[in-house]
Write a new protein. Structure first.
Length: 237
């Protein structure tokens, strides 16, 4: 009877480990969902504020015949929208890195699932490797992840919206300061494109710097399509 108890011990330990891992997995999923909902709400607030600001500027412009207090009103309101847009962009960028953090954490948990029960590997669509190849596979496991996922992302969306806002704001400021309209809008368009390029560069810099400094615990095997389950790398200690 004692032998039976000892034989059942590893199985009970594995069951407890799986339960703890599943609890952590659900916690990560909930946190990821919360951050995604929050950033979508922030983007919706930005678009609502931008729409309201443009409508307000149009109404005040008609009421003042685009003279008197209108230039100061338009500059101040557009300046406020630009500030909110930049703050929203900062949050969207942070959330994109937080989402990467959650995906890495869940990939590590899947590596433990495969270690406990190797037969589940063939049923997993997402990757169990916490390196760049594994993350790309988890984000898009229907094939090679194309550039459309990046171009259509929420972060790129905020880059474009804020670039347009910055260009519009600078163009309006110059136009209301007496600069010729063609010059004002040319400067605005150039600044909008420059803002977009700089934002993309900063976002890429944050992303690639992370991967340069990051050390995966369960890197992909030689065959990314069907990598063999790996154990976490031993520590230097």
């Amino acid at each position: 009877m004692g032998d039976d108890a000892r034989e059942g011990e590893p199985r009970n330990t594995d069951a407890l480990t799986a339960q703890l891992l599943a609890t952590e997995h659900w916690s990560l999923l909930a946190s990821r969902s919360t951050t995604q909902s929050e950033v979508l709400t922030r983007i919706s607030m930005l678009l609502t504020l931008m729409s309201a600001a443009l409508v307000s500027i149009a109404l005040v412009g008609q009421a003042t015949k685009f003279a008197g207090i209108f230039p100061a009103f338009a500059d101040a309101l557009l300046g406020l929208v630009v500030v909110v847009g930049v703050l929203t962009q900062v949050r969207v960028t942070n959330v994109s890195m937080e989402d990467l953090m959650y995906v890495l954490a869940m990939n590590r948990l899947r590596a433990e699932y495969v270690r406990l029960a190797p037969e589940v590997a063939r049923a997993l669509s997402a990757s169990w490797h916490d390196d760049r190849a594994g993350v790309s596979h988890t984000y898009y496991f229907l094939g090679r992840r194309g550039q459309s996922q990046v171009v259509g992302s929420s972060m790129m969306f905020t880059f474009v919206v804020n670039g347009a806002l910055v260009g519009l704001f600078l163009g309006v400021v110059l136009a209301t300061s007496g600069v010729a309209i063609p010059v004002a809008w040319t400067v605005g368009i150039v600044c909008a494109l420059a803002y977009l390029v700089v934002s993309m560069w900063l976002g890429a810099r944050i992303y690639f710097r992370f991967w340069r400094d990051y050390e995966p615990q369960s890197p992909s095997g030689p065959s990314p399509g069907e990598p063999a389950p790996t154990q976490p790398a031993p520590s230097a200690d």
